[in-house]
Write a protein that binds this ligand. Structure first.
Ligand code: ZN
Length: 419
């Protein structure tokens, strides 16, 4: 990490020492050959280190911030006090800096748990500009998922499988106007562009904090990205850039929405077939997750969350019946929260975001992405478009293939167009 060619860690340490403070440092690193993840082991390591420190500074991007703030949160709960925490944002990579939650890996599965925010957030545009460019494109990708996530939020609320949050929606209005509206500044990797991106990411984090969970900016595309992260180890690769994975998966979600909106024949659905039993789903979950974790821990973690969703789905059957009988109005409401896949791909292109999974910094092959997208509804209790598609009986292998073909066609066309 650099600031104007000066090592940032050394710079911060020197400046603190110059004020006469005692400074001790802890460097967090992933296990040998692996990327750092937000695990309880790392959180405990920080908890140990902050016992005797009156003020904690998190200097880093998403994982470092999440680990540190959660360590301060847990320590503060035990000691019944607020541990002073300053976050120095080193990249516009995620919205973790202003969200009161932490994405924690439990049994190899990513889960969002309640946490805290920093008391002070330092955003220095020079530091942000000096970060590798993929942080900015990844961060903007992570926030651009608003092009589809509010449809997932609306869908879940309409089916009594979640709650709409107006406050989060309104807090995100600049994300829609500036980022999705393609303001010129979003293509700028310089100081102005970093400032705009940083503010959008801060707003995104605040929207989640106001909602109390990550639902407003974490729908089916995030579930797909979490699946890819879960599969990384068994596929012998590093964990990829979160925002890049989410934004490309958002294209797949938008295409899935388009299919459902254009083709769903509400009158033709046999509603009795939309409620699979627990045993059938448990078998499916075991089959899917045994491919990446033979121990069964990931399958058990996902099944425990999924069964809650299935139980709720059964109870909400009257709402699904009403939803189908008002399908014409419902699809108009959903469309209001959806950007067209073409426009969204154009937006990604303009911010310099990669458009092919195979060309990400950690390349992802088609079979792996397909596995993640097709099965992501099995990984957590949140209801999203993949759930409606699966439970409604139209998310089959051939639809999945068609979506990937369309993805290739549209992204290739945009790349060819250039500009
Ligand atoms: Zn995210």
């Amino acid at each position: 990490m650099q600031r104007s060619n000066v090592n940032l860690k050394h710079l911060v340490k020197r400046q603190l020492q110059a004020t006469g403070r005692n400074v001790s440092t802890l460097t967090l690193e992933g296990a040998e050959g692996q990327t750092l993840t937000t695990s309880q082991v790392k959180i405990d390591q920080v908890k140990q280190a902050i016992q005797s420190n009156p003020v904690v500074i998190a200097l880093g991007s998403g994982c470092i911030t999440d680990i540190t703030k959660h360590a301060c949160f847990e320590t503060g709960q035990i000691q019944d006090e607020v541990i002073p925490l300053i976050a120095i944002q080193t990249a516009n990579s995620v919205c973790a800096y202003t969200s009161r939650m932490t994405v924690l890996t439990i049994n190899g599965v990513k889960r969002t748990v309640p946490s805290r925010m920093a008391n002070v957030l330092i955003m220095d545009t020079q530091i942000l500009q000096d970060a590798p460019p993929i942080y900015r494109t990844g961060g903007l990708g992570d926030v651009a998922v608003a092009a589809v996530t509010f449809a997932d939020l609306h869908l879940a609320a309409a089916l009594d499988m979640g709650k709409w949050n107006q406050l989060a929606y309104e807090t995100s209005s600049d994300i829609r106007n500036i980022l999705l509206g393609q303001h010129a500044s979003i293509a700028d990797g310089g100081i102005t562009g970093q400032e705009v991106a940083g503010k959008l990411m801060a707003l995104a984090g605040l929207a989640l904090t106001l909602c109390g969970d990550s639902a407003p900016l974490s729908g089916y595309e995030h579930m797909t990205s979490h699946m890819l992260d879960m599969a990384a180890k068994s596929n012998g690769r590093a964990v990829g850039n979160h925002g890049h994975q989410c934004a490309l998966a958002a294209v797949l979600s938008l295409l899935l929405y388009r299919h459902i909106i254009e083709k769903l024949d509400a009158g033709a659905i046999d509603i009795n077939t939309c409620y699979p039993d627990e045993k059938t789903m448990r078998r499916r979950i075991d089959t899917v997750f045994s491919q990446i974790d033979a121990s069964g821990a990931a399958a058990a973690e996902c099944a425990s969350d999924y069964m809650q969703k299935l139980g709720k789905w059964r109870l909400a059957r009257p709402r699904f019946e009403t939803f189908l009988s008002h399908w014409e109005q419902e699809k108009t409401r959903l469309q209001k929260h959806l950007m067209s896949p073409e426009q969204f791909i154009d937006l990604l292109y303009k911010i310099g975001h990669p458009l092919r999974f195979e060309e990400l910094e950690v390349p992802l092959d088609r079979d792996e992405v397909r596995w993640a997208f097709y099965n992501a509804h099995l990984m957590r209790k949140r209801f999203a478009i993949g759930d409606l598609a699966f439970l409604g009986g139209f998310f089959d292998e051939s639809l999945c293939d068609q979506i990937f073909e369309e993805f290739d066609h549209l992204t290739n066309a945009r790349i060819k167009q250039g500009g």
